[in-house]
Design a protein around this ligand. Structure first.
Ligand code: ADP
Ligand code: MG
Length: 701
């Protein structure tokens, strides 16, 4: 090794320090060379430069095996250090989380080499055979330094640098370490810094003394080195597995802080995810899904008109968040509205007028209680009333899959009853003016007259029905296919055709009887289109409105959520910043806490890439844990108690809040961003530190 005109100037705020001033010397390939001098004379600086840990001032050269390592790229210095150099520190700098053998092995692993017995041989040569499984904390100082020496020699470097290797040891132990270094120097160059003059003279093959950055004496000043072949520079190749193993040692360092911050981050990310999930929640699509999932056969649509008395801008908070504050009143639905719905929805649609219950009890011979009791075991469904009139034509009947025995009514004096009413009438027979009629089959009732009320509105606008007097001829029995199970399942949704009396169009007074008019739509695969139209269409202050139990929940939920969604949207932005800062800070803090470790790893041969692998894998583990825990928490919270809360709040009979799968992607993206940011900032700033600086700063903590 040839050193020529080597200088090093440190610059800091108050000026410059010339730590080395024009050093020239040549070093042999083997032997123990001591560097002596007072504190601050430049010994460590010289060692740093010789071992490729720092860059020299312009002009100087450090030539080893034909290469100048004073001025080359950082990558090349990493390779040089990795291939040529071993380090021994005053403070041992072993990893306390690893045992003896693992510490030595680490040096091999960082260089991508396998342990083919080299670890045991190295331990044997420092006199520590059988100590492999010992914990570092169980060793004496001298033993620790022997482990450090084993770690330095295990990868068989050409030069071993030892900065005050005995500084922390008593005289006797120090002497044995020097003896060991002396042995090693038989085949390797050992450059040792020490201010112990006696030892230097006793064990050193050569002693160089520094003062104020200059060589003031050299016991072998005229030495000229022979040109030797350079070993090929190896790039450190750290396997991902080993990197992850080393990286995960870090979790053991501060378990409490680690778990606390992990939980805090999980909480912040979870709340962010929950807010985001609520902000993008879509009660409309969940309502449609529920209509399908619950097998709703029919949806009823009515109409509302904005009440002019309440017109005007809404200045309340609700108005600020998109509400318009208008009041709505039911209004008359007409067949023309059915045409509007038909234009967006091909499914069968029919016009219905609901009136106070149309009952047939008066016609039935058997007392109603007895009838229901007797029929309770019958497989057929029975109905003693109908809750409205429905106008359908043959095309509607076909589209709904109904079956007509007889025919549909053609004038206002004719009706068709559904099969459940027929069942009731036929079971006990019908009593008209003291005469009892019985029906064996549906055909027997065709032509029979029943009293069916006509709804009306009087001159004062009061609704009513004309009872008893109108006898209508039954011209058909409509089998709607609604048996016992169907009849009982319709409790919460009264607006369906199964319980209506079928009449002709002319029967219904479209202008006269407004309340309780609506359009029944059969739910088919296109129902989502209809829903989209009905829920959003508004024309001239008139809007449609679903009017069944399921949609009630939807309306309340979406009204309630409108405000909440805005809050959640803004909150998720705030929580994002909080979660980001928290996680990035945590990663940064724990990395700064590991500065010493980073310094040791660098000295052992880890380059920037290896450090990214090591810390990247531990950050990845943290991020994966944060991501998994918070995603699971969001999924569970949203689909269980938060949904239950909103369902309870709005009286909906369906799942209003669903876990949005893209939240998974959003969360993983955000967490990954935190990981990359948290990792790169401290790594970038620490790369500028030499290992010795890093170890030094790490020790302050
Ligand atoms: P020694 O190891 O002989 O005690 P050093 O090589 O550590 O001496 O230091 C030589 C001089 O360089 C000292 O004056 C020291 O203060 C200065 N020095 C060392 N490292 C730095 C640094 N990173 N920044 C600024 N000055 C430094
Ligand atoms: Mg020093």
């Amino acid at each position: 090794m040839k050193v020529a005109n080597l200088s090093k100037t440190y610059r800091h705020k108050n000026g410059e320090v010339k730590a080395l001033n024009d050093i020239s010397m040549e070093l042999p390939d083997r032997g123990l060379v001591f560097i002596r001098g007072k504190s601050g004379s430049g010994k460590t600086t010289l060692l740093d430069l010789l071992s490729g840990l720092g860059e020299a001032d312009d002009g100087g050269r450090i030539e080893i095996c034909g290469k100048d390592i004073a001025h080359c790229t950082e990558r090349e210095r990493d390779k040089y250090r990795n291939t040529y150099c071993g380090f021994i520190f005053q403070e041992y700098n072993l990893m306390p989380e690893l045992n003896v053998k693992e510490n030595v092995k680490l040096s091999l692993e960082l260089n991508g080499e396998r342990d083919d017995g080299a670890v045991d041989r190295a331990l044997e040569s420092v006199g520590l055979s059988g100590y492999g499984d010992r914990k570092i904390t169980e060793l004496s100082g001298g033993q620790k330094q022997r482990v450090a020496i084993a770690r330095a020699i295990v990868k068989r470097p050409r030069i071993i640098f030892a900065d005050e290797p005995t500084g922390a040891l008593d005289e006797q132990t120090g002497a044995s370490i020097f003896e060991l270094l002396n042995d090693i120097s038989a085949s390797t160059l050992v450059v040792a810094v020490s201010h112990d003059r006696a030892s230097a003279e006793k064990y050193g093959d050569r002693v160089i003394e520094l003062a104020d950055g200059k060589i003031i004496s050299d016991s072998d000043a005229g030495y000229e080195s022979q040109a030797t072949d350079g070993a090929e520079l190896k790039t450190p190749r750290l396997s991902m597995k080993t990197a992850a193993k080393i990286g995960c040692i870090n979790f053991k360092l501060h378990p409490v802080r680690f778990i606390a911050t992990l939980l805090l981050s999980v909480a912040a990310f979870s709340f962010m995810g929950i807010c985001l999930n609520i902000a993008v929640s879509d009660p409309e699509s969940n309502y449609v899904k529920a209509v399908y999932a619950d097998g709703y056969e029919f949806a009823a649509v009515c109409k509302q008109k904005a009440d002019e008395r309440y017109d005007g801008a809404d200045s309340s908070l609700d108005g600020f968040f998109g509400g318009d504050g208008r009041h709505w009143k039911e209004t008359i639905v007409k067949p023309a509205d059915g045409k509007i719905l038909n234009s967006v929805y091909g499914g069968p649609i029919c016009y219905v007028q609901c009136v106070p219950i149309v009952d047939f009890q008066r016609e039935v011979t058997m007392p109603i209680r007895q009838l229901l009791k007797e029929t309770s075991t019958d497989e057929r469904a029975f109905a003693v009333s109908a809750n409205g009139f429905i106008h359908v034509d043959n095309a509607d009947i076909a589209a709904m899959g109904f079956n007509v025995i007889g025919r549909l009514p053609e004038n206002a004096n004719e009706v068709a009853i559904n099969e459940n009413i027929f069942n009731t009438l036929s079971y006990g027979g019908v009593d008209v003016d003291g005469v009892n009629y019985t029906f064996e089959s549906e055909y027997d009732i065709l032509g029979f007259t029943l009293s069916v009320e006509q709804p009306y509105i009087d001159d004062n606008g009061n609704a009513g029905v004309i009872q008893g007097k109108f006898r209508r001829t039954v011209v058909g029995v409509v089998d709607t296919g609604c048996g016992k199970a169907c009849a009982s399942s319709h409790f919460d949704n009264v607006e369906h055709p199964h319980n209506k009396v079928f009449v002709c169009d002319g029967f219904i007074d479209h202008d006269g009887y407004a309340d309780g008019s609506f359009i029944i739509c059969k739910v088919d695969a296109d129902f989502d289109k209809l829903a989209n139209f009905v829920l959003h269409h508004e024309n001239d202050g008139v809007r449609f409105r679903f009017s069944d139990g399921m949609s009630m929940g939807y309306y309340v939920a979406s009204d309630n959520l409108r405000f909440v969604k805005y809050i959640c949207l803004y909150s998720s932005a705030v929580l994002f910043v909080a979660a980001f800062v928290l996680l990035v800070n945590f990663i940064g803090a724990s990395m700064r806490g590991q500065m010493k470790q980073i310094g040791i790893l660098t000295a052992l041969g880890a380059d920037g890439k290896s450090l990214i692998k090591i810390y990247g894998s531990s950050v990845a583990v943290v991020c994966a844990a944060v991501f998994l825990l918070s995603t699971v928490f969001v999924a569970v919270a949203v689909s269980t108690f938060l949904n239950a809360l909103i369902v309870e709040w709005s009286g909906a009979s369906f799942r209003v809040l669903r876990f949005a799968p893209w939240i998974v992607a959003a969360m993983s993206g955000v967490v990954a961003l935190c990981g990359i940011t948290g990792l790169s900032i401290p790594l970038y700033s620490m790369r500028k530190l030499t290992p010795v600086d890093a170890i030094g700063k790490g020790q302050i903590k």
